[in-house]
Every structure is written in structure tokens, then in C-alpha cells.
Design a protein around this ligand. Structure first.
Ligand code: IMP
Length: 434
């Protein structure tokens, strides 16, 4: 039995879905602990693609318990669509939505856009899924929680003042909120009725799983550098995406966590704005974007591409307490003569090996690189054959590259991904022994 957390160690889109999917086969419980429909993962089952924003990665297994933890923010409309997708595959999802999770309301979407416009250069380039405004309401204790959708008395009581306030708030931004209090109430009570069979106590559900010594997988969303506390504020998201968030966002205490696996793409990618010291604006960056089809799953925006940044990774290894690394996209980086890794920054003429606290300083950081020999490009079947043969058959240069990173972070390699499929994964250590 084990409790394992899988997090994105960089800026999101590291390929967590693939690693989680692999580990999920041996998990009994799979829980999401942060974010909402700003995340996106694709699961391929029997050649069919499923795009989920909210459902945990075990949704398509009929025998695994999926929990949406209290740390998440839920768009009920989107979640109901995803439940229908699973039902169409012939089974009821085994889903528990924490009654403590917060609900994205229609005014949150509107506010997300209005606030972004107002922020000018400080805009994070959000996914416009209402994430920030929903977490703001949670923090100011104005929020509506999933359990509130089950009682007309409770919901109407919460919404009366709130609706009036949100109409006023939006009018400050010059926006007219088009839905009446009655419309919102009716719509969200209807969502509550439909979600009722799945609403439960996520904390209790997981506590029982841990007590019975089951395998529990806590699935991160976004990436460490987008964390509200530890990320590049204000250019990140509004939740704790780091491993600590797995505890607060599910109700599992820190002493119960056995493994924290950080997923690391072997280069950097980022959607949204804010400084990115190793960003590439040349043919190398464009080539990686094209080969890796690096476009946002939720927004379809082209992702910004850069060399691997060891400074932010060192920081990430520390704030997440990483016990293992899962490297992804070795196939995408293949074909470069030379690959670079940023080991330090130069900030105002001084060499530093840590991430500065302010975005202004971060923007002035100039990357200091080491250069390594690249590895050759190969057609997909060759990578698949390599994956089958195991770690030692990987190109020597690729092994040297990831071993350098692993050694620099003092964190062992658990997984290496050389393609999009489950069979393109080399697992050196599984987080669940059985
Ligand atoms: P929000 O989470 O929609 O408020 O967006 C805040 C910032 O986080 C923006 O820069 C987004 O592009 C980024 N972001 C949010 N979710 C993801 C994700 O799942 N992957 C990568 N970036 C994300």
C-alpha cells in the first residue's frame, strides 16, 4: 500500500496525464486536489480519445474510486458532460465529489475576463475558466460549495447577497451581468440534483482507503511554478499546485504521503504570460514546438518553448519534497546537435543559483547554460522498440542528459517517457509495489 502524489515540476503540461495513467492501473483510489477545468488531460482507451478537464484519471476504470477533492473548483456543467462521457462507455463512474469543493458560478467566468483586461501587463493569461475569481470567493469566505447545491434554502441564502454584489462588481469593470438571481438559482439547483448521487465526503472516502491500506494516487494539475504561493506570482494560477496542496486539497495528512513524483519535460514549455528566462525565439524553439505539437489543451494557444531550467527545477524539487522524477518527451527533444541546460542565472551581474522572489528580478535573470551532446531523431516504432528493451537501450546522450539532471537534483529517476502511449513508458520504479 502507498499514497503517492504526482505533480508537474515545471509550468504545467509536463505530461502528468501519461505518468498518472500508468500508475493508475495499480491504484485503488485516484484523487484530484487542486484547480478545475483549467487543466486538461487526454486519456486514450482502446484507440478512442477522451478529453477530461475535471475527472480524475481513473474515470474510465469501472473499479477504481475517483475523488474530486475539496481543493478543487468545479464547473458543474462541464463535470456533468464528463460524467455522461463515461456513462456512454457503459459504466457509472465511481466518483465522489467533495461537498467541500467550491463551485464555479457564472459570474466567475465574467469576472475572470474582466479582471484579466484590467490587470494589463500583470495579466497571467488565464484560461478564462473562472478559476481565480472562484478561489477569491473561497478565501474571502463568500464562496458556494458543492454541498450547498443540495439545499434550496442554503443556496438561496448564500446567493441572495452574492448575486447583487457580483452584478455591482462587474459593473465597475463596465460589464453587464446578464443572468438574474432566479436564473442562477434555478440552474445551480438543477446541477445539484444531477450531481447529488456523486456528492460525498471526499476526506472520509480517502481516509477509509488509507486505513484499509489501499493504493492512493493524488493527481496534481498545472505545475509547481504556477502555485499561488511558490510559483511566479502573479503569473500563476490560484491554487496550491505543489505537493503540499495534495494534503490540504484532499484531507490526507502529510505523514501519510509515501512518494512525490515530479514530472519533468526535458525542455521548458509554458502557456500564459510572465518572464521565462530560458525561452527560445529561434528555429530550435519553433522546431520543438512543431515536433511536440506544443499547443494548449484547454486554450489551443501555442506554448512558449525554452531550454531546461535547472534553477527552477531545484526549487521545485525542494518545495515539493520530490522522491522521484518522471522525465517525458525525450523523443521530442531528439534530433538537436546540442542541447542546453540552464544551471544558474546572472542577476544584475551576479551569478545566482536560486529563483528570485519577484517577477521583476526574475525578468532580469539571464540564463547561464551548460551544453551537452544531443541524441539522434528516430521514427516512432524505433522509440517503441527501445522502450520495450528498457532504460539501458536509450541513446547514451539521452541517458547522460537525464542522469545529469537527476544527480543535480539528488532525486532518482522513476520513469522515462519516449512517446505518447502507455507502451512508450520505461518504468524504473513503480510507486505502488502491488
Ligand atoms: P488560470 O488557472 O486559468 O487562472 O490561469 C492562470 C495561469 O496558469 C495562466 O498563465 C494559465 O495559462 C496557466 N495555466 C492554468 N492551467 C494550466 C494548465 O493546466 N497547464 C498549463 N498552464 C496552465
Amino acid at each position: 500500500m502507498a499514497v503517492a502524489v504526482v505533480i508537474g515540476a515545471q509550468w504545467g503540461d509536463e505530461g502528468k496525464g501519461k505518468v498518472v495513467d500508468y500508475y493508475a492501473s495499480k491504484a485503488d483510489f485516484i484523487a484530484r486536489y487542486c484547480g478545475g477545468a483549467n487543466a486538461g488531460h487526454t486519456i486514450v482507451l482502446n484507440g478512442k480519445k477522451f478529453k477530461f478537464n475535471l475527472m480524475p484519471s481513473g474515470a474510465l476504470y469501472p473499479d477504481k474510486v475517483n475523488v474530486i477533492g475539496n481543493g478543487c473548483v468545479i464547473d458543474p456543467k462541464r463535470l456533468l458532460e464528463e460524467i455522461e462521457m463515461v456513462k456512454k462507455e457503459g459504466h457509472e463512474p465511481l466518483l465522489v465529489i467533495s461537498g467541500r469543493a467550491h463551485v464555479i458560478m457564472p459570474y466567475h467566468f465574467e469576472l475572470d475576463g474582466a479582471e484579466e483586461e484590467r490587470k494589463g501587463p500583470l495579466a497571467a493569461g488565464t484560461t478564462r475558466r473562472g478559476i481565480g475569481p472562484c478561489y477569491s470567493d473561497k478565501a474571502s469566505r463568500f464562496g458556494i460549495r458543492v454541498a450547498d447545491l443540495l439545499s434550496e434554502k442554503t443556496l438561496s441564502g448564500r446567493l441572495t447577497k452574492l448575486h447583487e454584489l457580483k452584478v455591482k462588481q462587474l459593473s465597475i469593470y463596465g460589464k453587464n451581468f446578464g443572468q438574474t438571481y432566479e436564473q442562477v438559482l434555478e440552474q445551480y439547483l438543477a446541477y445539484g440534483k444531477k450531481l447529488a448521487p456523486y456528492i460525498g465526503d471526499g476526506t472520509q472516502t480517502l481516509a477509509q482507503g488509507v486505513a484499509k491500506k489501499k493504493n492512493v494516487l493524488l493527481e496534481g494539475a498545472q505545475g509547481a511554478m504556477l502555485d499561488i504561493d511558490h510559483g511566479l506570482y502573479p503569473y500563476g494560477t490560484s491554487s496550491n499546485t505543489t505537493a503540499g496542496g495534495a494534503c490540504t486539497g484532499t484531507g490526507i495528512g502529510p505523514t501519510k504521503i509515501d512518494e512525490v513524483v515530479g514530472v519533468v519535460k526535458v525542455y521548458t514549455s509554458r502557456v500564459g504570460s510572465g518572464p521565462l528566462p530560458t525561452e527560445l525565439f529561434d528555429a530550435v524553439g519553433n522546431g520543438i514546438r512543431d515536433r511536440g505539437e506544443e499547443y494548449g489543451t484547454v486554450t489551443r494557444r501555442p506554448r512558449r518553448i525554452g531550454w531546461l531550467d535547472l534553477v527552477t527545477l531545484r526549487y521545485s524539487a525542494w518545495v515539493n519534497g520530490l522522491t522521484g522524477l518522471a522525465f517525458t518527451r525525450l523523443d521530442t527533444l531528439a534530433g538537436e546537435q546540442e542541447v542546453k541546460i540552464c544551471t544558474h542565472y546572472e542577476l544584475d551581474g551576479t551569478k545566482i543559483d536560486y529563483m528570485p522572489q519577484t517577477p521583476e528580478e526574475f525578468a532580469r535573470c539571464k540564463p547561464v547554460y551548460i551544453s551537452m551532446k544531443g541524441w539522434k531523431a528516430m521514427p516512432e516504432p524505433e522509440w517503441k522498440a527501445l522502450a520495450k528493451r528498457g532504460y539501458s537501450s536509450l541513446p547514451k546522450e539521452a541517458r547522460e542528459y537525464i542522469e545529469f539532471v537527476s544527480k543535480s537534483l539528488s532525486v532518482p529517476i522513476y520513469v522515462v517517457g519516449v512517446g505518447p502511449g502507455r507502451e512508450d513508458t520505461i518504468v524504473l520504479k513503480h510507486v505502488f509495489a502491488k
